[in-house]
Design a binder for this molecule. Structure first.
Ligand SMILES: Nc1ncnc2c1ncn2[C@@H]1O[C@H](COP(=O)(O)OP(=O)(O)OP(=O)(O)O)[C@@H](O)[C@H]1O
Ligand SMILES: [Mg+2]
Length: 407
């Protein structure tokens, strides 16, 4: 009876601390992190409690470390992918998940053939086959929207001198490559545009020197051509300089309230002589009480000059009409420059804002155009948080509308 009671008591006294440990383990398993058991004795129960405390602290520390590593991986803009020895994706940071549409790679391994782009799958195979040294490759991938260029660096991971997978770092260098291409195209277009008038200047000068100088009628005509070509060169160089300054983003615009009507009156007056020489009428209409816009006065003027210059240039002599009108629309003021000129074919409309794009190259050149005016306009207007639109119908005319925010 006594033995039975003693046994029962010791089970009772033992089971209380054991129960506390079990409770603590339960709470820990349910996500409570600060679980510690008071250690009262140095007996087996005490050692168990101490071990539990140590392990729970260790687990909390490791979990925090893992969260920190995950944060670090998430904040890296490059796509990072880790593959296992068998070639499956075992880790992908968010940048990589977005890039390759492989959500969930952080929770489980993903076979490489889940990647949508065949070029990328083949890359993984090449990298996997190359189990030593650093691997570098530039890869062009056709995605549903557009072509993208990736720079891939892969480093093998070794565990106990055995190949244990690969770490791939993938940089999207599409923008960089596009910029390089644009720059190359720009340089070759500029060179081409410089060469044409230069060749003509050279040709006429040689003809003059070879004897045409002594024929006054021809000499005057040739000198006029040389003068015209030099003006073309000057205009081109000025436009290129303007555009490269504007595009570089280094321009500091001085935004101030600009009263539209006086500004437009000045610009229109500037074009009157050239317009009347061509027999073109310019009309200006800007209502009273138009609010001022927030703009850099000089660049606002460059925009208007380019649009009015085009309108006068592309209307027929003696029957041309150019209309400049300003009106308020919501929190902005729109200025329309419309003409009754030759118009722009639908297919060219979306391209005329590109550098050097001219609908009729020969005709524009004859008129002294280099095809940079509208790309300058577009850059300036966007820097003003405004917009530029065009409507046109061949042989009935064009309307360019620029919109600037109210000051
Ligand atoms: N009002 C217009 N009517 C008809 N075509 C136009 C008009 N404005 C522009 N274009 C077309 O758009 C092209 C691009 O215009 P943009 O002002 O950029 O160049 P450009 O006038 O040829 O040369 P630049 O302005 O550099 O002297 C022109 O070559 C022309 O074909
Ligand atoms: Mg122009």
């Amino acid at each position: 009876m006594l033995a039975l009671t003693a046994g029962g008591l010791s089970v009772f006294f033992l089971s209380r601390p054991l129960g506390r440990i079990a409770d603590a383990a339960d709470r820990f398993l349910h996500g409570e992190t600060e679980v510690q058991i008071p250690v009262k004795h140095d007996d087996e129960i005490g050692r168990l409690a101490r071990a539990f405390n140590y392990l729970s602290e260790e687990i909390v520390r490791l979990t925090r470390k893992e969260e920190w590593l995950r944060e670090v991986l998430s904040s890296i803009r490059e796509a990072i992918i880790v593959t296992s020895a068998s070639g499956e994706i075992v880790l992908a940071n968010p940048a990589a998940s977005r890039l390759f549409m492989i959500e969930g790679a952080r929770k489980r391994s993903i076979p490489v053939d889940h990647i949508e782009f065949p070029e990328m799958r083949e890359l993984f195979e090449r990298v996997h086959a190359h189990q030593s040294g650093i691997y570098n490759e530039e890869l062009t991938v056709m995605t549903p929207k557009r072509e993208r260029v990736f720079k891939v660096t892969a480093v093998p991971v070794r565990k106990a001198s055995q190949f244990d997978g690969t770490v791939l770092v993938i940089n999207d260098i599409t923008r960089l490559r596009n910029l390089e291409r644009t720059r190359r195209d720009f340089v070759s277009s500029v060179s081409h545009e410089l060469r044409t008038p230069l060749a003509s200047i050279k040709g006429y000068t040689e003809t003059l020197l070879e004897g045409a100088m002594n024929d006054p009628e021809n000499a005057t005509a040739f000198l006029h051509i040389i003068q015209q070509e030099s003006e073309q060169l000057t205009a081109l160089i000025n436009d290129v300089l303007d555009l490269s300054r504007i595009e570089s983003g280094k321009i500091v615009y001085t935004f101030e309230p600009v009263a539209i009507r006086p500004q437009l009156e000045k610009t229109v007056a500037l074009f009157e002589p050239a317009a009347s020489r061509k027999g073109v009428r310019i009309e200006l209409s800007a209502p009273d009480g138009l609010p001022p816009v927030l703009a850099d006065r000089n660049y606002f003027d460059i925009v208007m000059r380019n649009l009015i210059d085009n309108a006068i240039k592309y209307v027929d002599a003696n029957r041309g009409r150019v209309r400049v009108s300003a009106y308020k629309s919501d929190d902005a003021v729109s200025i329309e420059v419309s003409d009754n000129g030759l118009g722009i074919p639908q297919a060219d409309l979306e391209r005329i804002f590109e550098r050097f794009y001219r609908v009729d190259k020969a005709r524009s050149r004859e008129l002294g155009g280099t095809g940079l005016g509208l790309s300058i306009v577009k850059h300036i207007v966007l820097a003003h948080k405004g917009k530029v639109e065009v409507r046109s119908r061949t042989s009935s005319g064009s309307t360019f509308t620029v919109t600037f925010p109210v000051a």
